[in-house]
Write a protein that binds this ligand. Structure first.
Ligand SMILES: [Zn+2]
Length: 205
């Protein structure tokens, strides 16, 4: 993984690496139990991650493990509900303009507590502590497309996916993302991690 330090993968190659890594993880064939000194020494000189990932803080969804990725491979933002705040936007902008990662992934997951709380707020007007409320305000608009007639578990699954798609669209609206996607040098995809199987389902990819 380090023998091509500085090598820039295309978005398609980066996506294939994530798919293959998640496949190894699901099969119990993960390759990176630890990191070697030579790898650390090479990485000390600089980082060239091939993918930027916006994921949830949930302890059950650690991205490097889920994608069987090593040190220096993934540039990651994690916060509850994988929402797009100004600070997250700044981090993604850094990844795009300075690290130039070819692939951006918004990774949601089954059973996301933040999405569940936002759904409760939307459906039943439930409230929480002020800063949690501020966080949920970022998710609620994404869930308006979820059919209230669906059974609760189906609503929850739809809500997780809707939240991912919403965040993808908000990122896609930025001038940088539009320019880089139009040039074909950057790809932005949504994905949902399944808690029970460990599999990542890429949306529209
Ligand atoms: Zn979550």
């Amino acid at each position: 993984m380090s023998d091509e330090a500085g090598h820039q993968y295309t978005a398609a190659e980066a996506l294939a690496r994530l798919r293959e890594g998640n496949g190894r993880f699901v099969r119990g064939e993960a390759r990176f139990p630890t990191v070697q000194k030579e790898v650390l020494a090479a990485l000390a000189k600089g980082q060239h991650p091939y993918a930027t990932l916006l994921g949830c803080s949930d302890s059950r969804v650690p991205p490097e493990l889920v994608f069987d990725a090593g040190f220096g491979e993934l540039f990651i933002v994690r916060l509850a509900g994988n929402v797009l705040s100004p600070e997250v936007g700044g981090t993604l902008q850094y990844a795009g303009t300075h690290l130039k990662t070819p692939l951006f992934v918004v990774l949601g997951h089954e059973g996301c507590g933040a999405v569940q709380a936002a759904l409760g707020k939307l459906r039943h007007g439930t409230t929480d502590r002020s800063r949690i409320e501020a966080l949920l305000e970022n998710i609620v608009p994404a869930l308006r497309s979820v059919d209230p007639a669906l059974p609760e578990d189906a609503q929850m699954r739809a809500a997780v996916e809707a939240n991912v798609r919403w965040t993808v669209e908000r990122i896609r609206e930025t001038p940088e993302a539009q320019a880089r996607e139009a040039e074909g040098i950057m790809r932005l995809v949504g994905a949902v991690y399944e808690l029970s199987t460990g599999a990542v389902r890429f949306l529209d990819a």
